[in-house]
Design a protein around this ligand. Structure first.
Ligand SMILES: [Fe+2]
Ligand SMILES: [Fe+2]
Length: 206
C-alpha cells in the first residue's frame, strides 16, 4: 500500500491550499496515532490525506464526474450540508483515486459524525481531524494529550464537544454522533466519564 505520493499530487486538484495543508496535518497526526495504537501507519496517513476530498463538491460537480448518488446521500446533502462531504468522500476516493480499501473508505465516511463501535482507524481519523496542530479551541492541549493515551476517551470528549457546539448554534444533530457518544460512555464506564466531565465540561453546565 504505497498510495501517498500519487494521492498528494492529486489532492490540489480537489482542494484549495488551506484544505491541502489541513489534510496533511491530519494525515501526520493520524500516522502518529496509528503507530501508538498499532495499526497500519500508511493507511492512516492516506485516510488523513483523503478525508476532506469532497469538501468542495456539490451535486453538479459529482454529476460531471459521472458519480451517481443515491436518495440517502441526497437527503444528507439537504439535511446536513456541513457533514455531507464525509459521506460522499468514499465515492470520489474510489472513482478518482482508485483506493478501494474498506477501512480507509469507512474512516472517511465516519470522520465527521463518528458512530458506535468504530474501528481503530475510524477513531483515529475522527480524532485526528479535531486535534491537528492548526486547530484552536478550549482545552485542545489536554485533549491532544488524551488522544495519545486513551483514544476512546478522546472520542467521547470530541463527540460531546461537537454536540454542545451544535446545541449552542441551534443546529441539527446527526444521530450517529449521539450513538457514538452513548456507545463510548458505555465503553469507558461511569467513573471515567464523571471525572472527565467535571474536568473539561463543567463551565458548560453551570
Ligand atoms: Fe471533514
Ligand atoms: Fe477535516
Amino acid at each position: 500500500l504505497r498510495f501517498e505520493v500519487s494521492i498528494l499530487e492529486k489532492l490540489s486538484l480537489f482542494l484549495d491550499d488551506k484544505r491541502v495543508k489541513h489534510s496533511l496535518k491530519v494525515a501526520l497526526v493520524a500516522k502518529k496515532l496509528a503507530k501508538i495504537y498499532g495499526i497500519d501507519e500508511e493507511k492512516a496517513y492516506s485516510a488523513g490525506l483523503l478525508h476532506d476530498i469532497a469538501k468542495t463538491q456539490n451535486l453538479e460537480s459529482l454529476a460531471e464526474k459521472k458519480i451517481k448518488i443515491n436518495s440517502e446521500l441526497k437527503k444528507i446533502y439537504q439535511e446536513y450540508p456541513q457533514i455531507w462531504h464525509a459521506f460522499v468522500g468514499p465515492l470520489i476516493i474510489k472513482k478518482e483515486f482508485k483506493v478501494n480499501d474498506k477501512n480507509i473508505l469507512n474512516a472517511v465516511k465516519w470522520h465527521t459524525t463518528g458512530k458506535a463501535k468504530m474501528t481503530t482507524l475510524e477513531k483515529i481519523l475522527f480524532v485526528a481531524d479535531y486535534i491537528e496542530p492548526g486547530r484552536e479551541f478550549k482545552d485542545i492541549k489536554i485533549i491532544q494529550k488524551i488522544a495519545y493515551t486513551n483514544i476512546n476517551l478522546a472520542v467521547y470528549i470530541l463527540a460531546s464537544k461537537t454536540v454542545m457546539h451544535l446545541l449552542e448554534k441551534g443546529q441539527k444533530i446527526h444521530g450517529s454522533i449521539i450513538n457514538c457518544r452513548n456507545y463510548y460512555i458505555n465503553v469507558l464506564g461511569k467513573k471515567n466519564i464523571y471525572d472527565t466531565t467535571n474536568k473539561l465540561f463543567k463551565s458548560n453546565f453551570n
